[in-house]
Design a protein around this ligand. Structure first.
Ligand code: ATP
Ligand code: MG
Length: 716
């Protein structure tokens, strides 16, 4: 008789089981969406623990998001029972990188309590360097330099590796020089940026044989989910760590590679077999997630991409309903229709947790948030930094950071005069001078400058009080629970009072956010752990309470699944994005198409696609035509419908008979191929009047400019 199979095996099909049981040697699982790649990887992890092939601390398991890591941890726990005590090396590349870097920070000239900068801090720092280097920031924006440095880091290039050609890409060849200065500056303030979490670790592994060997020995097994979206530095990392034992298992899907804009290289999948000769390649073809109509729709779209590895997918599920495609008049109507649909799901007894709205660009969420708030539907926003991006949160965090780490100059700068303490620009400039001259962090320079007569009596008094406060908070931090510390800090600094004095609803909202922050802190062991969390959070998912609709970007939805999925804003210029259209060529367009594939395949039972005829974005109306991806959906798998007030029928309707919806809105100037395409298709109003309706928006950039607006608003 056979011994009963362990529980984690019985629910898998044969190729999945093969992936689980082939524990030794390199394994690549290459398979389409919903075929159980993540399920197999999770079972594999359970198997390694269950059979005692490795201790939890001997397995390196990489997921793409923090949320995915959490889920995997929970699932493994359930599969093998109580046996799992912590999996210290289960997490995202960044989380694992941060952990390794803290252990060996001194090898790259940092201290282990280094700060992880966010984009805002990073830009501020770069701006200073650019100004100091006498470069015209208007011509060569800090943002471009930041993007470039990020790209270099993703490629695994340190300043030394940046050659003249690369350097040429910023300010007439000064890119490399600024990169070097930036790294030096980071070191001086004991900080690093996101890219450094990976690049520094790579540097450490490459230049310290003992450290490398220690990790090569430690990690008996290495596993990576969403392998198609690893970038070069991550790839180099993995290759180094896996070289010795060669027990590496990666799972991925070339059709779901959607992060090339962040340096991901789908080629890594193809390289796997070269780097690990003899690798076993396993293909999974049965899809367990979606109905045939959903799969058919997704496959029909992705079939338009070239150069695919190609996969067959099949499912045993019932046909279910066709994918619905709904054309509406404008954004608000789209939100209304979606909320109506959601309510009918609710009436049908479905949980809101099983419903998701997927947007192409972050800014699209606002419309739905407004609607849901007004009709009282609970929702959560996943992905991005929404909460922690808010100005008051960043200020509060800066206070906490300066208490946690005195050398954190960026935090110091952010709050030295917030709330206003009567420290003028002059005083701050003097402080900077001294800090630079003496090579001191600002907080120490501040203490020093008080002993001189550099400052006006007024400035001296305020700075003195501030320096005293910080010292006292630092003392308090030793005994006080960190949430309590935060509370007192906000009170004593005058920050709370500043908001209270405003007496506006906006300020009230900000105060609420701050209490929310303090509440969030309670979940962490200490201040350091909390700050680390903040630096790493990708998803600010609320705690598990009442069921809620999820709103998120397609990027954030990778790997997830929902019963019902609403895919909104499928219009040219929004999805595919204007940037992809402007770039021309097939590369970026194919990435958009992979996004469409990811989007559709998130649905288990029901997918509804929306496109609106008109959008109002940042005060400007935009007329739009349905996404080409709508046109690529195979007719057999969809049901199209257009509402009375808009939709596809409208495109064929006679525009002149309709009241002009734009009559009372401001008009911009038309430019860019997106507009021309739209105008060409609409083409109903001769004489160029329609040219006043523009495609001036480009989703990604809008999000960025919004983020920088936060920081500017705050500094003022
Ligand atoms: P994606 O490419 O979107 O990341 P995936 O390949 O990782 O998808 P999973 O998320 O692991 O797929 O699985 C999809 C769904 O199928 C999940 O609900 C999972 O529980 C279920 N599933 C996976 N394997 C099996 C199986 N052998 N039998 C039944 N259900 C399965
Ligand atoms: Mg998966």
């Amino acid at each position: 008789t056979q011994i009963a199979q362990p529980p984690y095996l019985s629910s898998l099909n044969a190729p999945q089981r093969d992936a689980v049981l082939t524990t030794d040697g390199p394994v690549l699982v290459l398979a389409g969406a919903g075929t159980g790649k993540t399920a197999a990887l999770t079972a594999r992890l359970a198997h390694l623990l269950y059979t005692r092939r490795a201790w939890p601390s001997e397995i390196l398991a990489v997921t793409f998001t923090n949320k995915a890591a959490r889920e995997m941890r929970e699932r493994v726990g359930r599969l093998v029972g109580e046996a799992v005590e912590g999996m210290p090396w289960l997490g995202t590349f960044h989380a694992i990188g941060a952990k390794m870097l803290r252990r060996h920070a001194e090898l790259v000239g940092l201290q282990s309590n280094f700060t992880i900068l966010d984009t805002d801090d990073q830009l501020r720092l770069l701006k200073q360097l650019i100004v100091a280097a006498d470069i015209d920031e208007k011509r060569f924006p800090a943002r471009s330099l930041a993007g470039l440095i990020d790209e270099w880091k993703n490629k695994g290039l340190t300043p030394r590796d940046v050659d003249a050609g690369e350097s040429e890409r910023y300010a007439n060849g000064r890119g490399g020089e600024l990169y070097e200065q930036y790294q030096a500056r980071l070191k001086a303030v004991n900080a690093c940026d996101f890219g450094d979490l990976l690049l520094h670790v790579l540097t450490i592994l490459k230049s310290n044989r003992e450290v490398l060997e220690q990790y090569q020995q430690r990690f008996r097994y290495i596993m990576v989910d969403e392998y198609q979206d690893t970038n070069s530095v991550q790839y180099l990392w993995l290759r180094l760590l896996a070289q010795e034992r060669r027990n590496i298992c990666c799972v991925g899907d070339d059709d779901q590679s959607i992060y090339s804009w962040r340096g991901a290289q789908v080629e890594n999948i193809l390289k796997f077999e070269n780097d690990f000769p003899g690798a076993k390649v396993i293909r999974l073809e049965q899809n367990y997630r979606s109905t045939p109509h959903i799969l058919g729709a997704a496959s029909g779209v992705i079939a338009n991409n070239g150069g695919r590895l190609g996969k067959q997918l099949w499912t045993e599920l019932d046909a279910g309903e066709k994918v619905r495609v709904i054309g509406v008049w404008d954004g608000p109507e789209e939100a209304r229709r979606v909320s109506d649909e959601v309510e009918s799901c609710q009436r049908a007894g479905k949980s809101l947790d099983d419903v998701a709205i997927l947007v192409r660009a972050q800014h699209q969420t606002r419309e739905f948030e407004d609607r849901f708030i007004s009709v009282g539907l609970p929702y959560r926003i996943v992905g991005g930094f929404r909460f922690y991006e808010r100005a008051e949160i960043r200020d509060a965090l800066a206070y906490l950071r300066i208490v946690n780490q005195p050398a954190d100059d960026l935090a110091f700068e952010r709050i030295v005069n917030v709330p206003k303490r009567g420290l003028g620009d002059k005083a701050v400039a003097k402080l900077h001078q001294l800090a630079r001259a003496e090579g001191l962090p600002l907080s120490l320079a501040a203490a020093r400058i008080l002993d001189s007569d550099e400052l006006t009596p007024q400035a001296r008094k305020s700075l003195g009080r501030f320096v005293g406060d910080v010292a006292r908070w630092r003392d308090m931090a030793r005994d006080l629970p960190h949430p309590e510390l935060a509370r007192q800090l906000l009170d004593e600094s005058g920050y709370t009072a500043m908001l209270q004095a405003e007496k506006t609803t906006e300020a009230a909202g900000r105060l609420e956010n701050l209490s929310e922050l303090v509440r969030a802190m309670e979940e962490y062991e200490n201040l350091g752990a909390f700050l680390e969390h903040v630096s790493l959070v990708m998803d600010n998912e609320a705690t598990r309470e009442d069921p809620k609709i999820t709103i998120m970007t397609i990027h954030a939805a990778k790997g997830l699944e929902y019963d019902t999925v609403f895919l909104v804003g499928w219009e040219e210029g929004l999805f595919p994005s204007q940037r992809a259209l402007d770039e021309g060529g097939t590369r970026s367009l194919e990435e958009e198409r992979r996004l469409a594939y990811v989007a559709i395949t998130r649905a288990r039972r029901r997918a509804v696609i929306f496109h609106a005829a008109n959008r109002r974005i940042y005060g400007q109306w935009t007329s739009s035509i349905p996404s080409r991806f709508v046109g690529e959906l195979p007719a057999d798998h969809i049901d199209s419908e257009a509402t009375m007030s808009g939709g596809e029928s409208l495109w064929r309707a006679n525009w002149t008979e309709r009241a002009d919806p734009f009559a009372d809105v401001s008009r911009g100037t038309g430019r860019g191929p997106g507009w021309q395409r739209a105008a060409g298709t609409l083409g109903a109003k001769p004489g160029g009047e329609w040219t006043s309706r523009t495609f001036t928006r480009e989703p990604t950039r809008v999000v960025e400019s919004r983020a920088s607006a936060v920081s500017i608003g705050n500094k003022g």
